[in-house]
Ligand binder design. Structure first.
Ligand SMILES: [Zn+2]
Length: 346
Protein backbone atom coordinates (compact mmCIF):
# COMPACT_ATOMS: atom_id res chain seq x y z
CA UNK A 1 0.00 0.00 0.00
CA UNK A 2 1.99 2.96 -1.25
CA UNK A 3 1.68 6.74 -1.03
CA UNK A 4 4.28 9.34 -2.03
CA UNK A 5 3.06 11.10 1.12
CA UNK A 6 5.18 8.61 3.13
CA UNK A 7 8.18 10.67 1.93
CA UNK A 8 6.71 14.06 2.94
CA UNK A 9 7.66 14.16 6.64
CA UNK A 10 10.94 16.02 6.68
CA UNK A 11 11.80 16.92 10.28
CA UNK A 12 15.48 16.03 10.07
CA UNK A 13 16.65 17.01 13.54
CA UNK A 14 15.48 16.57 17.11
CA UNK A 15 16.57 17.49 20.61
CA UNK A 16 17.64 14.73 22.99
CA UNK A 17 19.34 15.34 26.34
CA UNK A 18 19.77 18.98 25.35
CA UNK A 19 21.59 18.15 22.12
CA UNK A 20 20.42 18.88 18.61
CA UNK A 21 20.85 15.57 16.79
CA UNK A 22 19.97 14.24 13.31
CA UNK A 23 16.75 12.21 13.18
CA UNK A 24 17.10 8.62 12.00
CA UNK A 25 13.39 8.40 11.16
CA UNK A 26 14.12 9.55 7.62
CA UNK A 27 12.44 9.36 4.21
CA UNK A 28 15.06 6.90 2.96
CA UNK A 29 13.37 4.27 5.15
CA UNK A 30 10.24 4.28 3.00
CA UNK A 31 12.27 4.47 -0.23
CA UNK A 32 14.26 1.39 0.80
CA UNK A 33 11.07 -0.52 1.60
CA UNK A 34 9.48 0.46 -1.70
CA UNK A 35 12.57 -0.74 -3.59
CA UNK A 36 12.50 -4.08 -1.72
CA UNK A 37 8.80 -4.57 -2.48
CA UNK A 38 9.29 -3.77 -6.17
CA UNK A 39 12.19 -6.21 -6.34
CA UNK A 40 10.00 -8.89 -4.77
CA UNK A 41 7.40 -8.29 -7.47
CA UNK A 42 4.44 -7.72 -5.14
CA UNK A 43 1.35 -5.89 -6.34
CA UNK A 44 1.53 -2.18 -5.41
CA UNK A 45 -1.70 -0.30 -4.66
CA UNK A 46 -2.11 3.45 -4.04
CA UNK A 47 -3.46 4.70 -0.71
CA UNK A 48 -6.69 6.72 -0.84
CA UNK A 49 -7.61 9.83 1.15
CA UNK A 50 -10.12 8.81 3.83
CA UNK A 51 -10.72 12.30 5.22
CA UNK A 52 -10.49 13.22 8.90
CA UNK A 53 -13.46 11.31 10.30
CA UNK A 54 -11.73 7.93 10.94
CA UNK A 55 -8.76 9.78 12.49
CA UNK A 56 -11.02 11.93 14.70
CA UNK A 57 -12.57 8.67 15.92
CA UNK A 58 -9.22 8.05 17.64
CA UNK A 59 -7.53 11.45 18.16
CA UNK A 60 -8.64 14.76 19.68
CA UNK A 61 -9.70 17.03 16.76
CA UNK A 62 -7.86 20.00 18.32
CA UNK A 63 -4.61 18.01 18.20
CA UNK A 64 -5.15 17.20 14.53
CA UNK A 65 -5.82 20.92 13.86
CA UNK A 66 -2.61 21.75 15.72
CA UNK A 67 -0.54 19.29 13.69
CA UNK A 68 -2.00 20.66 10.46
CA UNK A 69 -1.03 24.27 11.15
CA UNK A 70 1.86 24.03 13.66
CA UNK A 71 4.74 24.47 11.23
CA UNK A 72 3.11 27.27 9.25
CA UNK A 73 2.35 29.21 12.43
CA UNK A 74 5.86 28.58 13.78
CA UNK A 75 7.23 30.10 10.56
CA UNK A 76 4.88 33.08 10.84
CA UNK A 77 6.00 33.65 14.43
CA UNK A 78 9.57 34.08 13.17
CA UNK A 79 11.36 31.21 14.94
CA UNK A 80 13.38 30.23 11.83
CA UNK A 81 14.99 33.71 11.98
CA UNK A 82 15.25 33.96 15.75
CA UNK A 83 16.46 31.83 17.47
CA UNK A 84 17.05 29.97 14.20
CA UNK A 85 14.85 26.86 14.55
CA UNK A 86 13.30 25.75 11.26
CA UNK A 87 11.29 22.95 12.93
CA UNK A 88 8.68 23.15 15.70
CA UNK A 89 10.26 21.94 18.94
CA UNK A 90 8.83 22.33 22.46
CA UNK A 91 10.74 23.72 25.43
CA UNK A 92 8.01 23.79 28.10
CA UNK A 93 5.40 21.23 29.07
CA UNK A 94 2.23 21.85 31.13
CA UNK A 95 2.99 19.73 34.20
CA UNK A 96 -0.40 18.66 35.61
CA UNK A 97 0.29 20.01 39.10
CA UNK A 98 1.55 23.35 37.82
CA UNK A 99 -0.97 24.08 35.09
CA UNK A 100 -3.48 21.22 35.02
CA UNK A 101 -6.22 23.43 36.45
CA UNK A 102 -5.72 25.74 33.46
CA UNK A 103 -5.40 22.97 30.86
CA UNK A 104 -8.22 24.37 28.73
CA UNK A 105 -6.28 27.63 28.30
CA UNK A 106 -3.88 27.48 25.37
CA UNK A 107 -0.69 29.59 25.52
CA UNK A 108 -0.31 32.49 23.11
CA UNK A 109 3.42 31.80 22.49
CA UNK A 110 3.93 29.30 19.65
CA UNK A 111 7.04 27.98 21.45
CA UNK A 112 4.90 27.24 24.52
CA UNK A 113 2.11 25.87 22.34
CA UNK A 114 4.62 23.33 21.01
CA UNK A 115 4.54 21.56 24.39
CA UNK A 116 0.74 21.30 24.71
CA UNK A 117 0.21 18.09 22.70
CA UNK A 118 3.81 16.87 22.31
CA UNK A 119 5.28 14.70 25.07
CA UNK A 120 9.00 15.04 24.27
CA UNK A 121 11.59 17.21 22.51
CA UNK A 122 12.43 14.49 19.98
CA UNK A 123 9.31 14.74 17.81
CA UNK A 124 9.84 17.90 15.79
CA UNK A 125 7.42 19.19 13.17
CA UNK A 126 8.45 20.27 9.65
CA UNK A 127 6.50 21.56 6.65
CA UNK A 128 5.69 18.01 5.44
CA UNK A 129 4.94 16.40 8.80
CA UNK A 130 1.16 16.67 8.69
CA UNK A 131 0.96 15.40 5.11
CA UNK A 132 3.22 12.49 6.07
CA UNK A 133 1.19 11.56 9.15
CA UNK A 134 -2.10 11.82 7.24
CA UNK A 135 -0.67 9.70 4.42
CA UNK A 136 0.42 7.06 6.91
CA UNK A 137 -3.09 6.92 8.40
CA UNK A 138 -4.60 6.78 4.89
CA UNK A 139 -2.21 3.96 3.97
CA UNK A 140 -3.28 1.93 7.00
CA UNK A 141 -6.97 2.68 6.36
CA UNK A 142 -6.77 1.75 2.68
CA UNK A 143 -5.00 -1.49 3.63
CA UNK A 144 -7.72 -2.18 6.21
CA UNK A 145 -10.39 -1.59 3.56
CA UNK A 146 -8.84 -4.16 1.23
CA UNK A 147 -8.58 -6.73 4.01
CA UNK A 148 -12.20 -6.06 4.97
CA UNK A 149 -13.11 -6.79 1.34
CA UNK A 150 -11.33 -10.13 1.43
CA UNK A 151 -7.60 -9.63 0.86
CA UNK A 152 -5.68 -12.03 3.12
CA UNK A 153 -2.83 -9.63 3.98
CA UNK A 154 -1.89 -6.07 3.03
CA UNK A 155 1.31 -4.28 4.09
CA UNK A 156 1.76 -0.51 4.23
CA UNK A 157 5.40 0.76 4.47
CA UNK A 158 4.31 4.00 6.12
CA UNK A 159 6.28 6.68 7.88
CA UNK A 160 6.24 8.49 10.22
CA UNK A 161 5.39 5.65 12.62
CA UNK A 162 2.41 5.96 14.96
CA UNK A 163 2.22 3.71 18.01
CA UNK A 164 3.50 6.27 20.55
CA UNK A 165 0.74 8.76 19.63
CA UNK A 166 -2.33 8.66 21.88
CA UNK A 167 -5.75 10.26 22.04
CA UNK A 168 -4.55 13.79 22.79
CA UNK A 169 -0.74 13.67 22.55
CA UNK A 170 2.05 12.71 20.20
CA UNK A 171 5.75 11.89 20.63
CA UNK A 172 8.43 9.26 20.08
CA UNK A 173 8.70 10.01 16.32
CA UNK A 174 4.91 9.49 16.05
CA UNK A 175 2.14 12.01 15.24
CA UNK A 176 -1.03 10.11 14.27
CA UNK A 177 -1.50 6.48 15.33
CA UNK A 178 -2.10 4.75 11.98
CA UNK A 179 -2.48 1.28 13.50
CA UNK A 180 -5.02 2.52 16.05
CA UNK A 181 -6.97 4.36 13.34
CA UNK A 182 -7.11 1.22 11.18
CA UNK A 183 -7.92 -1.13 14.08
CA UNK A 184 -10.64 1.21 15.35
CA UNK A 185 -12.23 1.33 11.90
CA UNK A 186 -12.05 -2.46 11.50
CA UNK A 187 -13.64 -2.90 14.96
CA UNK A 188 -16.53 -0.68 13.87
CA UNK A 189 -17.06 -3.00 10.90
CA UNK A 190 -17.07 -6.34 12.71
CA UNK A 191 -18.79 -8.28 15.48
CA UNK A 192 -15.71 -10.16 16.66
CA UNK A 193 -12.77 -8.40 18.35
CA UNK A 194 -9.83 -6.98 16.41
CA UNK A 195 -6.35 -7.85 17.68
CA UNK A 196 -3.27 -5.67 17.46
CA UNK A 197 0.12 -7.40 17.67
CA UNK A 198 2.93 -4.88 18.19
CA UNK A 199 6.40 -6.34 17.57
CA UNK A 200 8.21 -2.97 17.49
CA UNK A 201 11.06 -2.94 20.02
CA UNK A 202 9.32 -0.18 21.99
CA UNK A 203 6.02 -0.35 23.82
CA UNK A 204 3.15 1.27 21.91
CA UNK A 205 1.99 3.45 24.77
CA UNK A 206 -0.38 5.40 22.52
CA UNK A 207 -2.09 2.31 21.15
CA UNK A 208 -2.41 0.88 24.66
CA UNK A 209 -3.98 4.10 25.98
CA UNK A 210 -6.46 4.43 23.10
CA UNK A 211 -7.91 0.94 23.62
CA UNK A 212 -7.19 0.45 27.35
CA UNK A 213 -10.85 0.52 28.43
CA UNK A 214 -12.23 -1.43 25.45
CA UNK A 215 -12.76 -5.10 24.72
CA UNK A 216 -13.39 -4.75 20.97
CA UNK A 217 -9.70 -4.12 20.23
CA UNK A 218 -7.10 -6.20 22.09
CA UNK A 219 -3.54 -4.92 22.29
CA UNK A 220 -0.52 -7.26 22.56
CA UNK A 221 3.05 -5.98 22.66
CA UNK A 222 6.56 -7.41 22.86
CA UNK A 223 9.14 -4.74 23.69
CA UNK A 224 12.26 -3.91 25.63
CA UNK A 225 11.46 -3.55 29.34
CA UNK A 226 10.82 0.14 30.17
CA UNK A 227 11.96 -0.73 33.70
CA UNK A 228 15.45 -1.22 32.24
CA UNK A 229 15.53 2.44 31.19
CA UNK A 230 13.95 2.35 27.75
CA UNK A 231 11.37 4.55 26.03
CA UNK A 232 8.45 5.10 26.69
CA UNK A 233 9.70 4.80 30.31
CA UNK A 234 6.37 5.29 32.14
CA UNK A 235 4.39 2.37 30.77
CA UNK A 236 4.66 -0.95 29.00
CA UNK A 237 4.87 -3.04 32.18
CA UNK A 238 3.37 -6.52 32.48
CA UNK A 239 0.87 -5.48 35.17
CA UNK A 240 -0.92 -3.12 32.73
CA UNK A 241 -3.77 -5.39 31.63
CA UNK A 242 -6.64 -2.95 30.89
CA UNK A 243 -9.45 -1.32 32.85
CA UNK A 244 -13.28 -1.14 32.70
CA UNK A 245 -14.50 -3.17 29.68
CA UNK A 246 -10.86 -3.63 28.67
CA UNK A 247 -9.81 -5.73 31.69
CA UNK A 248 -7.68 -8.57 30.30
CA UNK A 249 -7.57 -7.09 26.79
CA UNK A 250 -4.05 -5.65 27.12
CA UNK A 251 -1.00 -7.91 27.18
CA UNK A 252 2.51 -6.50 27.64
CA UNK A 253 5.51 -8.81 27.42
CA UNK A 254 8.58 -6.72 28.30
CA UNK A 255 11.95 -8.33 27.50
CA UNK A 256 15.34 -7.73 29.09
CA UNK A 257 17.95 -5.94 26.96
CA UNK A 258 19.95 -8.44 24.92
CA UNK A 259 16.99 -10.78 24.37
CA UNK A 260 17.53 -12.84 21.21
CA UNK A 261 15.41 -14.92 18.83
CA UNK A 262 14.55 -17.61 21.38
CA UNK A 263 13.21 -15.21 24.00
CA UNK A 264 11.42 -13.03 21.43
CA UNK A 265 9.71 -16.02 19.78
CA UNK A 266 8.70 -17.49 23.14
CA UNK A 267 6.91 -14.21 23.91
CA UNK A 268 5.33 -14.20 20.46
CA UNK A 269 4.09 -17.77 21.02
CA UNK A 270 2.28 -16.58 24.17
CA UNK A 271 0.66 -13.79 22.16
CA UNK A 272 -0.30 -16.11 19.30
CA UNK A 273 -1.93 -18.57 21.72
CA UNK A 274 -3.92 -15.70 23.21
CA UNK A 275 -4.91 -14.36 19.79
CA UNK A 276 -6.04 -17.79 18.57
CA UNK A 277 -8.26 -18.16 21.65
CA UNK A 278 -9.99 -14.84 20.93
CA UNK A 279 -11.12 -15.92 17.46
CA UNK A 280 -10.74 -12.33 16.20
CA UNK A 281 -12.10 -10.91 12.97
CA UNK A 282 -8.92 -9.10 11.93
CA UNK A 283 -5.30 -8.70 13.00
CA UNK A 284 -3.35 -5.45 12.72
CA UNK A 285 0.42 -5.76 13.12
CA UNK A 286 2.59 -2.88 14.29
CA UNK A 287 5.52 -4.04 12.22
CA UNK A 288 8.59 -2.43 13.71
CA UNK A 289 11.89 -4.20 13.12
CA UNK A 290 13.96 -2.13 15.55
CA UNK A 291 14.25 -5.27 17.72
CA UNK A 292 16.83 -6.29 15.10
CA UNK A 293 20.31 -7.07 16.40
CA UNK A 294 21.98 -4.14 14.64
CA UNK A 295 19.33 -1.48 15.26
CA UNK A 296 20.65 1.70 16.93
CA UNK A 297 17.40 2.39 18.82
CA UNK A 298 17.02 -0.79 20.90
CA UNK A 299 19.11 -3.39 22.73
CA UNK A 300 17.08 -6.41 21.56
CA UNK A 301 18.90 -8.95 19.37
CA UNK A 302 16.51 -10.50 16.87
CA UNK A 303 18.20 -11.93 13.76
CA UNK A 304 16.95 -11.94 10.18
CA UNK A 305 16.02 -15.63 10.61
CA UNK A 306 14.21 -14.62 13.79
CA UNK A 307 12.06 -12.15 11.83
CA UNK A 308 11.30 -14.89 9.29
CA UNK A 309 10.07 -17.06 12.18
CA UNK A 310 7.99 -14.12 13.47
CA UNK A 311 6.30 -13.89 10.07
CA UNK A 312 5.64 -17.63 9.98
CA UNK A 313 4.00 -17.58 13.41
CA UNK A 314 1.81 -14.59 12.56
CA UNK A 315 0.81 -16.03 9.19
CA UNK A 316 -0.06 -19.37 10.79
CA UNK A 317 -2.84 -17.60 12.73
CA UNK A 318 -4.54 -17.43 9.32
CA UNK A 319 -6.35 -14.15 10.01
CA UNK A 320 -7.11 -11.31 7.58
CA UNK A 321 -4.09 -9.16 8.40
CA UNK A 322 -3.05 -5.53 8.00
CA UNK A 323 0.68 -4.95 8.55
CA UNK A 324 1.77 -1.35 9.14
CA UNK A 325 5.38 -0.21 9.38
CA UNK A 326 6.55 1.25 12.69
CA UNK A 327 10.27 1.50 13.65
CA UNK A 328 13.44 0.04 12.16
CA UNK A 329 16.39 2.42 11.89
CA UNK A 330 19.35 0.47 10.55
CA UNK A 331 19.02 1.22 6.85
CA UNK A 332 20.93 -1.94 5.86
CA UNK A 333 18.81 -4.30 7.96
CA UNK A 334 15.43 -2.59 7.48
CA UNK A 335 14.58 -4.02 4.04
CA UNK A 336 15.74 -7.62 4.65
CA UNK A 337 14.12 -7.80 8.11
CA UNK A 338 10.74 -6.46 6.93
CA UNK A 339 10.79 -8.76 3.88
CA UNK A 340 11.62 -11.71 6.15
CA UNK A 341 8.40 -11.08 8.11
CA UNK A 342 6.33 -10.50 4.98
CA UNK A 343 7.60 -13.61 3.15
CA UNK A 344 5.30 -15.88 5.18
CA UNK A 345 2.24 -13.92 4.01
CA UNK A 346 2.82 -14.45 0.26
ZN1 LIG B 1 10.39 1.43 18.06
Amino acid sequence: MWSDGYLAHDANWLVWAGLKLPSDEEADRAKILRTELERAGVEMVSAKDHGRAPIEAVHLPEMIDYLETAHQRWMEAGYPDYPGADLVVPYAFPHPEAFGAYASRLPTSRAAMAGVYCMDTATTIGPGTYRGARSAADGALTAAGLVKEGASAVYAPVRPPGHHAGTSYFGGNCYLNSVAVAANWLASESERPVVIVDIDAHHGNGTQEIFYQRDDVHYHSIHVDPGEGWFPHWCGFAEETGTADGVGANLNLPLVPGSDDGVFLEALDRICANVAGLMPSFMVVSLGVDAGASDPESPLRVSNQGFAAVGQRLATLDLPTVLVQEGGYNLEALGPDVMAVLAAFR
